[in-house]
Design a protein around this ligand. Structure first.
Ligand code: ZN
Ligand code: ZN
Length: 420
């Protein structure tokens, strides 16, 4: 008999390979871990093996894994000569680009220690990060364009789990993190593929509905928030689903909860209050309010981390304007967990949110082909940063104002106002 954990892991792997990645018969699969290390931590072994077995059964001719080790990365910081941190792998970027250009599938596994690089010399960490982003630039661009079907999933690892559940001993914290991952990916009870597919389908339906309404403004009210945000005429609501350049439908993030679009960079007015802490630059910013006039933040206060918050929105011209607006019901499992996961996959799906900084081109009709100037004229914000912050809670009401001025409820008490 298989244990409860193995059965759930199996369903999770099924959901990932079929409903998320949609691995095609004949596609090779490459599994890698966090970008910087370029490898999957050994702790993810049971997950990696379950994914590989599922991939072979789906008709993949070859599954490859780039294994890594966080301890190896740490000892480079301890023992390598300081001037060497701008050096990056000569073969890895080329191998990844070849894999993508060959039309094969890619799966990233997140299980890292959020504090791995804490306390290390900042100049070496940033030299390494810059070397990695330079080295992997072509690869990142191919992924950004959805050249092939790709997926990011998570696996519970001890260091990460004890950061999320600090009150528990490591083993219990790891079990709790697995429980949370399985619940958020809808594989707790149903069979994995149908649970995750049904969730993606519901998001897509809601997204189609919002696109059909063509709202010109959203109004937020409740819990210290009283904000109106304009939407560009050609805004597009996006949910978790994408299609690769080769025509394969896939959903690149597990979990995903948000429906998001582009706010007009000059049309936010009023006050918004955060509903969850924001982890930024190694600091936790708590209980903050932002006041907007004509799209620009003119006042920022925080109970803790105010200086970091102010520096963040002063990063550049676009950092004090909005680039994303996303809706997530309060009843969604990430929100209900009430935890900070120190992982964007989870924390950016925790509640309805806004982002200061750059807007996604694909959230505007034809945005990907526009000149920078045309995109800005249409209301698209540009910045070096893009930082999501959570504003959703159980008393937040959101109205949509249509082009003819009529107003209709979108959310009441943090939940969708109409069933679909
Ligand atoms: Zn978002
Ligand atoms: Zn975002």
């Amino acid at each position: 008999m298989v244990s409860n954990f193995e059965a759930r892991l199996e369903r999770y792997a099924d959901a990932a390979i079929h409903a998320g990645l949609n691995l095609q018969r004949g596609q090779r699969l490459m599994m890698i871990g966090p970008r910087l290390t370029g490898g999957v931590a050994p702790e993810a072994t049971p997950l990696v093996r379950a994914l590989a077995a599922t991939a072979y059964r789906a008709g993949s001719p070859l599954v490859e894994v780039l294994w890594g080790d966080e301890a190896l990365q740490l000892l480079r910081f301890r023992d390598a000569i300081p001037e060497s941190f701008a050096q990056y792998s000569a073969w890895l970027p080329k191998a990844l680009v070849d894999h993508i250009e060959g039309g094969h599938a890619l799966l990233s596994i997140y299980a890292n220690d959020p504090d791995l690089l804490a306390g290390l010399p900042a100049d070496r960490v940033s030299a390494l990060q810059q070397a990695a982003s330079r080295g992997l630039q072509q690869f990142s661009e191919l992924i950004g364009k959805n050249s092939t079907n790709w997926l990011v999933v998570s696996g519970a690892a001890e260091r990460w789990a004890t950061k999320v559940f600090p009150e528990d001993p490591p083993h219990a914290a790891t079990d709790r993190l697995w429980d949370a991952i399985f619940r958020m990916c809808r594989v707790e009870t149903s069979d994995g593929v149908s649970g995750w597919s049904a969730h993606l389908e519901a998001l897509a339906r809601r997204c189609g509905h919002l696109n059909a309404r063509h709202y010109s403004t959203l109004r937020y009210r409740g819990g210290g928030t009283n904000l109106s945000v304009g939407l560009p005429g050609d805004h597009v609501w996006v949910s978790g689903r994408s299609t690769s350049a080769r025509g394969v439908a896939f959903a690149p993030n597990m979990p995903t909860e948000e429906l998001f679009t582009m706010p007009h960079k000059e049309r936010a007015d009023g006050v918004v209050r955060s509903s969850k802490p924001l982890s930024y630059g190694g600091v936790t910013i708590e209980d903050f309010t932002l006041r907007f006039v004509s799209g620009r933040i003119v006042e920022a206060c925080a109970a803790t981390g105010e200086a970091v918050l102010r520096n963040m929105i002063a990063s550049d011209d676009g950092a004090a304007r909005l680039g994303e607006l996303a809706l997530v019901p309060h009843s969604s499992p990430i929100s209900q967990s009430g935890r900070l996961f120190y992982n964007t996959l989870f924390d950016e799906n925790a509640a309805s949110h806004l982002a200061v900084g750059s807007a996604y081109r694909f959230t505007l009709q034809g945005g990907e082909r526009m000149s920078d100037e045309a995109f800005a004229d249409a209301g698209g914000n540009r910045s070096m940063i893009h930082v999501d912050f959570m504003i959703g809670h159980e008393t937040l009401d959101i109205d949509g104002v249509r082009e003819d001025g009529t107003t209709e409820p979108i959310m009441r008490g943090g939940e969708w106002a109409c069933a679909l």
